[in-house]
Design a protein around this ligand. Structure first.
Ligand code: ADP
Length: 158
């Protein structure tokens, strides 16, 4: 069984992430979305809120499972028995950072491979931080996130 992990903060999940999730889920038997719960950072949404939002927007994808993790991604990957890590690439600026992680993770966990999916051009500008900034100023975020996520963002900033 081919199991992949798609790790990230997803604070909150955007159409860019969802596009990667949909595409990756067709390539593997099981895709586990790993929601990072980083105790040194204060995200806008708690890990539980982020997991719940992703669960709602991915409910039609039967081979997608959502979990949160703390600590090293490579440990989470081993724990769930995955051999593939999915990452999205938006621009060259993503690449250097991603390459460094992919290479160091291969040293620590040689059975694991990183699979990069290039962003859909339509979402190449999109990041969770831009969405948060828009929402904090009451901007229109309907092109960036599904309605359920927009609703949660608006509640946070109301
Ligand atoms: P961000 O806060 O920048 O959205 P995340 O940690 O949530 O970052 O991202 C998780 C993964 O999703 C990373 O591999 C990131 O490159 C990818 N990603 C984020 N936004 C997009 C997008 N618009 N298109 C494709 N991949 C994306």
């Amino acid at each position: 069984m081919r199991i992949a992990v798609y790790p990230g903060s997803f604070d909150p999940v955007t159409y860019g992430h969802i596009d990667i999730i949909q595409r990756a889920s067709t390539m593997v038997d099981k895709l586990i979305i790993g929601v990072l719960n980083n105790s040194t950072k204060t995200p806008l949404f708690s890990a539980e809120e982020r997991v719940n939002m992703i669960s709602e927007v991915c409910q039609d994808l039967p081979n997608v499972e959502i979990r949160y993790f703390e600590g090293l991604m490579v440990d989470f990957v081993k724990e769930v028995g995955a051999t593939i890590v999915v990452r999205g690439l938006r621009a060259v600026t993503d690449f250097e950072y991603e390459l460094q992680w992919a290479q160091s993770n291969r040293i620590v966990c040689p059975q694991m491979d990183t699979m990069f999916l290039v962003t859909n051009v339509q979402y190449s500008y999109l990041s969770s931080s831009v969405v948060r900034e828009y929402a904090s100023h009451n901007g229109d975020i309907s092109a960036f996130v599904p309605g359920i996520v927009a609703q949660k963002l608006n509640q946070k900033f109301s």
